[in-house]
Design a protein around this ligand. Structure first.
Ligand code: SAM
Length: 188
C-alpha cells in the first residue's frame, strides 16, 4: 500500500491520534530540520514518524555515531517502519511519546540533543499535551532543541509554558500549510 493510502486509512481509523489525512511534504521536512546541527547531535529523538517522511531525512543527515530514537504508537505505522528502516543507529519504539526518559535509560542514554515532533498536539487533552512536553523538556540537554509542527497556533501557549520562548516559522508548501515551532531547553 502507498504511504498516502495507508495514511488516509489510519486517519479514518484513529483521527485524533493521526491528526492528518496525508503525510507531510518534503518542504515541511526540510523546514523542520534546517536549524538542527546534525554534526554535533549524538542523540536525536523523533516523535510521531507516521510513514517516515522526516525519519528518512533525519537518517540522511544523522552523524555516523549518533542514535535516533523514534516513538510511534500506531500499530500499522510501526510495523511498516520496522520493515522499511534498517539502520543500526535507529531504535524504533512502539510506545507513547510520554515515555521518553524511560526509553533513553533502557538504551543506556542520559539525554537528547534534539527532539523533532509531529505529534498532533492540538487534538490531545491538556494533561497529555503538558505531560509529553514536560517529558521532552526533561529529556533534553541544556540548550537542546524541541522542534514541532502544527497546523494552527493553538498549542503555542502550552509550548511557552514549558519552554519559555518559542519561535515560529510558517510554510505554505504543505497540505495543510504548517507552522514550525522551535523551542530550547534553558542553558544551565
Ligand atoms: C500528523 S502525523 C505525522 C506523521 C509524519 N511525521 C508526517 O509528518 O507525515 C502524527 C503521528 O503521531 C503519531 N502519534 C500520535 N500520538 C502519539 C504518541 N502519544 N506517541 C507516539 N506517536 C504518536 C501518530 O500515530 C502519527 O503517526
Amino acid at each position: 500500500m502507498s504511504s498516502k493510502r495507508s495514511f488516509l486509512k489510519q486517519f479514518w481509523k484513529e483521527k485524533k491520534m493521526v491528526g492528518s489525512m496525508t503525510p507531510s511534504s518534503r518542504f515541511l521536512a526540510s523546514k523542520m530540520l534546517e536549524n538542527v546541527d546534525f554534526s554535533s547531535s549524538r542523540v536525536v529523538i523523533e516523535l510521531g514518524p507516521g510513514t517516515g517522511v522526516f525519519t528518512e531525512k533525519i537518517i540522511e543527515k544523522l552523524h555516523p555515531e549518533a542514535r535516533l530514537l523514534v516513538f510511534e504508537l500506531n500499530d500499522l505505522f510501526f510495523d511498516a517502519l520496522s520493515k522499511k528502516i534498517i539502520d543500526p543507529r535507529v531504535i524504533l519504539i512502539h510506545d507513547s511519546a510520554e515515555k521518553i526518559s524511560e526509553h533513553l535509560k533502557l538504551n543506556g542514554l542520559n539525554s537528547a540533543d534534539v527532539v523533532i515532533s509531529s505529534l498532533p498536539l492540538a487534538n490531545f487533552p491538556e494533561d497529555l499535551k503538558d505531560h509529553i512536553l514536560e517529558s521532552a523538556y526533561n529529556s533534553l540537554e541544556s540548550g537542546g532543541k524541541y522542534i514541532q509542527f502544527q497546523y494552527s497556533l493553538m498549542s503555542k501557549k502550552n509550548l511557552e509554558k514549558v519552554f519559555g520562548k518559542v519561535s515560529i516559522a510558517f510554510t505554505p508548501l504543505n497540505f495543510p500549510p504548517a507552522f514550525v515551532y522551535t523551542c530550547q531547553r534553558n542553558e544551565n
